[in-house]
Design a protein around this ligand. Structure first.
Ligand SMILES: *Cc1c(COP(=O)(O)O)cnc(C)c1O
Length: 389
């Protein structure tokens, strides 16, 4: 198996960038964003990528994705207007929130968004009233308890109700075009996708028998990025998905909605130790970035971040890492093994581009971490990017 390489700063680059820009600092590699997009294009050549911008709506990521020709998955009026204001046509967006707000549907009208998902009869009514010619996909619920974040607890029509809902949408005059699913975020095997495709295949046939020709399958997001203690083989996964698409959906237009995979590995966080203390015989390290900032993913995304310290030490200690705010909830990691650290030490957190800064707050008056684009500050860091595992 060929090892995938991901964007990771060297110690020298971390030190130079921290000295120049201060910490906490988020370093975004646009080259890595492009690489991720191209990996999906390579292994899933028939798939039209719709980047799910909620994972990281940084304007530079949106710009690069727009330039690459990607389409977008949006979920709110704000996301629609952000892209529209950048010059992205509404025809390149899918409003993939099965429960839409009035202001969201209004934004669709203003910006020319006509593709959307639904999973209930009440949503058909709402769409029909605002956008009577909309192209709609039924969001199907796929039970996948193995998913890292299982979105199917909240969304999706059941297998039993699917056909009836699709026929209802057609009767309402909507362009009932296909089926969408999302197997759950950070899915590390192709099995849930293949399982979902089995059900979709059956529904395509049942719909055809009922006089409804479906032409689009949206396989959602969920493609994984490296995570401590988690093993997977992405090329193999994608090959299996592509093979099944060719076998079961040879004539169907295929869409996907990757979020994490596009932006997750493209960002490195540099954070500093700003306080050290000891409680119950264990060291506590306070960082200048916390649960209310980039590490919000610990809470909202249940993510296990990798922390890299540059201290060489044979001695390792089990430490607690806390954020800078005055809230006692603001603790990211407990019992994390590390070399003993001191105030002023820098820590590097690779692969922290997804569901991190997007859900960060300015709680307690702490600013959100500053972003720099790696390809623009490389000369300041004095080197070429290192591609490490
Ligand atoms: C969040 C979301 C995505 C992106 O999921 P990832 O796991 O980040 O790839 C795609 N589609 C929908 C409908 C979503 O809600």
């Amino acid at each position: 198996m060929k090892k995938e390489k991901y964007f990771q700063l060297s110690q020298a680059a971390v030190e130079k960038l921290a000295a120049e820009f201060g910490t906490p600092l988020l370093v975004l590699s646009l080259k890595e964003v492009k690489k991720s997009y191209n990996v999906l294009r390579k292994y899933l050549p028939r798939v039209k990528v719709h980047y799910a911008i909620k994972a990281n709506p940084h304007p530079e990521i949106l710009r690069v994705m727009a330039e690459l020709g990607s389409c977008f998955d949006v979920a709110s009026d704000g996301e629609i207007h952000t892209l529209h204001d950048m010059g992205v046509a509404g025809s390149r967006m899918i409003y993939a929130n099965p429960v839409k707000l009035g202001v969201g549907l209004e934004a669709c009208r203003q910006c020319g968004v006509s593709k959307m998902t639904f999973d209930s009869a009440s949503e058909i009514e709402k769409i029909k009233n605002k956008l009577p010619h909309a192209t709609v996909l039924l969001r199907l619920r796929i039970d996948n308890s193995s998913a890292h974040v299982d979105l199917n607890k909240k969304f999706g029509a059941s297998r039993e109700n699917a056909l009836e809902l699709m026929l209802k949408a057609k009767e309402a005059g909507l362009d009932m075009a296909g089926i969408a699913f999302h197997v759950g975020s950070q899915t590390v095997s192709s099995d849930p996708y293949l399982y979902a495709m089995d059900i979709a295949r059956e529904l395509f046939e049942e719909a055809a028998a009922a006089g409804l020709h479906l032409r689009i399958l949206d396989i959602g997001g969920g493609f994984p990025i490296p995570e401590p203690k988690v093993k997977f083989n992405l090329p193999e996964m994608l090959k299996q998905i592509a093979a099944r698409l060719d076998e079961d959906f040879p004539e169907t237009e295929i869409w996907a909605e990757p979020g994490r995979y596009i932006c997750g590995t493209a960002v490195n966080l540099i954070t500093s130790v700003v306080g050290v203390t000891e409680r119950g015989g264990q060291p506590w390290y306070f960082l200048d970035e916390g649960l209310y900032g980039t590490f919000s993913g610990v809470l909202f995304d249940q993510w296990d971040f990798k922390l890299i310290s540059f201290r060489e030490s044979d001695e390792k200690v089990a430490a607690t890492f806390a954020g800078p705010s005055c809230d006692s909830l603001d603790i990211m990691f407990r019992g994390r093994m590390t070399a003993p650290l001191e105030v002023g030490d820098l820590l590097l957190v690779p692969s922290c581009g997804a569901y991190t800064s997007a859900s960060a707050t300015t709680f307690n008056g702490f600013s959100k971490a500053r972003f720099v684009v790696w390809e623009k500050v490389q000369d300041i860091a004095g080197e070429q990017p290192t591609l490490a595992k």
